[in-house]
Design a protein around this ligand. Structure first.
Ligand code: NAP
Ligand code: HSE
Length: 425
């Protein structure tokens, strides 16, 4: 950990440390962190004896008005000058690959602590950055990258370090959960997406939320901390809300369920099976009860049983508290990997699935299912939206994927969801 300056004594008589923070990004997340430091800085200094000093802020446009005013001399649009600023901790809330990865690399190589909200960078480069942090004795923390304000990585890493975690699953993307909640209330997809963006929940490129890539990065990070699987090598089966989110709601209406985008990673002997997909769950079930931009993370472990953590999964304020928690947390190393995902593992669990297509040609759907080896699938019609839904019997994910591929050759938008109305979720 980089040396912190002993500055003066706090009200309680203990010595006060000053932590110099350089913040990359002052948008939804970084801007809320600046506001949080401004509002709680004095209280933190009094109670913890730690003064947090914002010494540099990297943005794209230094002229843009910010909700929390910042001294003009600390703002810069130049990544190199930002990195040259003496600081104890660098926080990254930019998003994307570059300059985010460059900042991660040079910060840790210089032995400075690096805290990030950027799941893309952690999922892609986590192991390399962890190794670099170990070599340079710096801290690498990323609680804010998963489930917003829900402190679940710390639980997996610290509280459950002696347990045997078998599965992690949950609603990990606030934007899609907000959109699905609004669609169930009758709002159109375009209005729900616009509102999610205006609320600061969505990624700069919202297709990362909608197609499940954001949730896939998060389940890869959770699996890394829970099972030691390299997040960059974990193969996540991924289906999102696209291309037809409203067809998913039609499927839910047809079968009397609620749609949730659920990410899951299950440890099996020699493999970790990971997925992100829309799931039809029972109304009143624990996943159906996750509303708006909230997240729910469920951990199945051998000794503690099922543990559940829920709360605000997106938005500037909760994510800023996760960043601040990492600034103030005492240093502790990430757990070392103890298993590896088998990259080509297929999910061996038979489950039921729904394929939804906006068409009236029942024959074509039944033929495609039969050609893919699926027997006993029933076709259900939603006349209001002109959508046909094929509900399979229990089968493997690979069989359903084959049927979906055959249907996609004939129909424009085919959307898959898992049918979980008989399960206890
Ligand atoms: P945002 O509102 O778009 O803010 C991005 C900030 O980074 C802006 O201040 C922008 O500068 C700056 N920036 C972007 N590219 C830059 C570049 N090339 N050079 C210099 N500055 C640059 O994004 P956000 O929602 O705060 O998200 C930031 C990160 O936090 C992302 O990795 C995201 O996935 C993650 N995250 C977000 C949330 C959430 O709810 N929003 C929750 C958890 C994690 P300007 O202000 O001048 O444009
Ligand atoms: N876009 C992300 C989400 C932000 O909606 O969950 C929080 O990581």
């Amino acid at each position: 950990m980089s040396g912190l300056t002993i500055a003066e004594r706090s009200d309680t008589g203990s010595q006060t440390r000053t932590i110099r923070v350089a913040l990359a990004g002052c948008g939804v997340v970084g801007g809320h962190l600046a506001a949080l430091l401004r509002e709680h800085g004095v209280a933190i200094e009094r109670s913890r004896g730690i003064r947090i000093e914002l010494v540099r802020v990297l943005v794209r446009d230094v002229q843009r008005p910010r909700p929390t005013p910042l001294a003009p001399h600390i703002l810069t649009a130049d990544a190199e000058s930002f990195l040259a600023t003496p600081a104890d901790v660098v926080i990254e809330a930019l998003g994307g690959h570059d300059p985010a990865e460059r900042i991660a690399w040079s910060t840790l190589a210089a032995g400075r602590d690096y805290i990030t909200a950027n799941k893309l960078v952690v999922a892609r480069r986590g192991e390399e950055l962890r190794d670099l942090a170990r070599r340079s004795r710096a801290r690498f923390s990323f609680e804010a990258a998963v489930a917003g304000g829900v402190p679940v990585l710390r639980v997996l890493r610290d509280a459950l370090v002696g347990d045997d975690v078998r599965a992690v699953r949950g609603v990990l993307n606030g934007t899609t959960n907000y959109i699905l909640s609004r669609l169930h209330e009758g709002t159109t997809f375009s209005t729900a997406l616009t509102d999610a963006q205006a609320s600061g929940f969505a990624e700069a490129d919202p297709s990362r939320d909608l197609d499940g890539r954001d949730a896939a990065d998060k389940i890869a990070i959770l699996a890394w901390i829970a099972f030691g699987t390299d997040p960059a090598r974990l193969r996540v089966h991924r289906a999102g809300l696209l291309p037809d989110p409203e067809a998913l709601i039609a499927a839910a209406r047809t079968f009397g369920g609620v749609v949730r985008l659920i990410a899951e990673c299950v440890r099996l002997p020699g493999a970790a099976i990971a997925s992100v997909e829309p799931v039809l769950v029972r109304p009143g079930s624990r996943f159906a009860a996750v509303h708006g931009a909230d997240n729910l993370v469920e951990i199945d472990s051998a000794w503690s049983g099922a543990l559940r953590f829920s709360g605000a999964g997106a938005g500037g304020a909760p994510t800023a508290t996760a960043l601040l928690g990492d600034i103030l947390a005492s240093p502790s190393p990430l757990s070392a990997p103890h298993s590896r995902a088998c990259p080509d593992a297929h999910d061996p669990r038979p489950r039921r699935w729904v394929l939804s297509v906006r068409c009236t040609d029942r024959r074509s759907l039944i033929d495609a299912c039969a050609a893919a080896g699926l027997t006993g699938a029933g076709v259900h019609a939603d006349r209001r939206t002109g959508t046909l839904h094929v509900l399979t019997e229990r089968c493997l994910r690979t069989d359903v994927a084959r049927a979906a591929a055959l249907l996609r050759a004939r129909h424009e938008a085919v959307i898959e969801s898992r049918y979980d109305l008989e399960e206890d979720s």
